[in-house]
Write a protein that binds this ligand. Structure first.
Ligand code: FAD
Length: 268
């Protein structure tokens, strides 16, 4: 379908983007376009103004800041998947980025767009949750930092306000893995599991097991109490509300979560 009519402005800076968002209550940011453009074409989204930030190259970087790795919001999945420093200092994030969609999606889609979109089937929000990432947003009242655990508030809902631009994502150095079960090659996750080791503790995140990315708290508690990977993984679906859809029933997803969590923990 052809999208409904909209105005288009290309922002030359984050400040200009914030100003343009303020000029129209129905304005929306456009980054890589790989979630928003399909929604426009289905007319599920009908913004009157698109503010294109896709060419703000100063928001495209992966930088070693010592105790944190700073990633610009416009960094593409392909940049993350091939960055040697990220592969060495935070391999699970690079690994998750390499599993997103197909090459075209990975060369256009951005980490900021993935997080801001708020889709519970997205891969990177889960790994960011398991990494205790910080998300930096700038809006008309200045800059603020939002912990990943407080960012997702519901399906397609986030802590971002209508004039906020996500500018940076900060992750700690960590080891771990991201496993994804797909029905077809390059598909969205039927279930995804992130397992990370941070300062000696293990954190586990789940994709497509509820309205937002979730932490598998039961698994983490069991591990802290000395359970084996297999024992802890049995608690993977506790507190989740997986959907039933064409990719699988809620029961099947709960089973997948237990299997993938066990595999991820065994790989740590
Ligand atoms: P856009 O589509 O440009 O924007 C998405 C939303 O985020 C919009 O509401 C926009 O206003 C907002 N936004 C964008 N950037 C910012 C910002 N900096 N600050 C505030 N708001 C912002 N994703 C997966 O995780 N796993 C998959 O396997 C997967 N497979 C895919 C397969 C296909 C065929 C397609 C088309 C997409 C797939 N995706 C998948 C989604 C893809 O990852 C998108 O790139 C991503 O969800 C959105 O990033 P974007 O840069 O394209 O954002």
């Amino acid at each position: 379908m052809i999208p409904a009519a909209f105005e288009y402005r290309r922002a030359g800076s984050v400040d200009e983007a914030i100003e343009l968002l303020g000029s129209d209550p129905d304005a929306k940011l456009l980054a890589g376009g790989h979630s928003l453009i399909p929604l426009l074409r289905l007319r599920f989204a009908r913004p009157s103004l698109l503010v294109d930030i896709g060419r703000l190259e100063d928001l495209r970087y992966v930088r070693d800041d010592g105790d944190r790795i700073a990633i610009g919001a416009l960094t593409r999945y392909a940049d993350l998947a091939t960055d040697p420093m990220l592969a060495e200092r935070c391999a699970p994030l690079a690994e998750a980025a390499a599993l997103v969609g197909d090459p075209q999606v990975r060369h256009r889609g951005t980490i900021g767009g993935s997080v801001a979109h708020g889709d519970p089937a997205s891969d990177l929000p889960t790994i960011l949750l398991a990494l205790d990432a910080d998300l930096v947003a700038r809006g008309p009242d200045g800059e603020r930092t939002i912990p990943a655990g407080e960012f997702s508030s519901g399906m397609f809902e986030t802590a971002l306000g209508p004039q906020d631009v996500l500018t940076e994502i900060r992750v700690p150095p960590a080891t771990g893995t991201y496993l994804k079960f797909v029905r077809r090659e390059q598909d969205w996750a039927t279930v995804g599991v992130a397992a990370t080791r941070l300062d000696g503790r293990v954190q586990v995140g789940l994709t497509s097991m509820g309205a937002t990315p979730l932490r598998a708290r039961g698994v983490e508690e069991a591990l802290a109490d000395g359970a084996s990977a297999a024992e802890a993984a049995e608690r993977a679906a506790e507190g989740t509300a997986p959907p039933s859809d064409v990719s699988g029933s809620a029961e099947y997803r709960a089973h997948l979560a237990r299997v993938l969590v066990r595999r991820a923990l065994e790989a740590l």
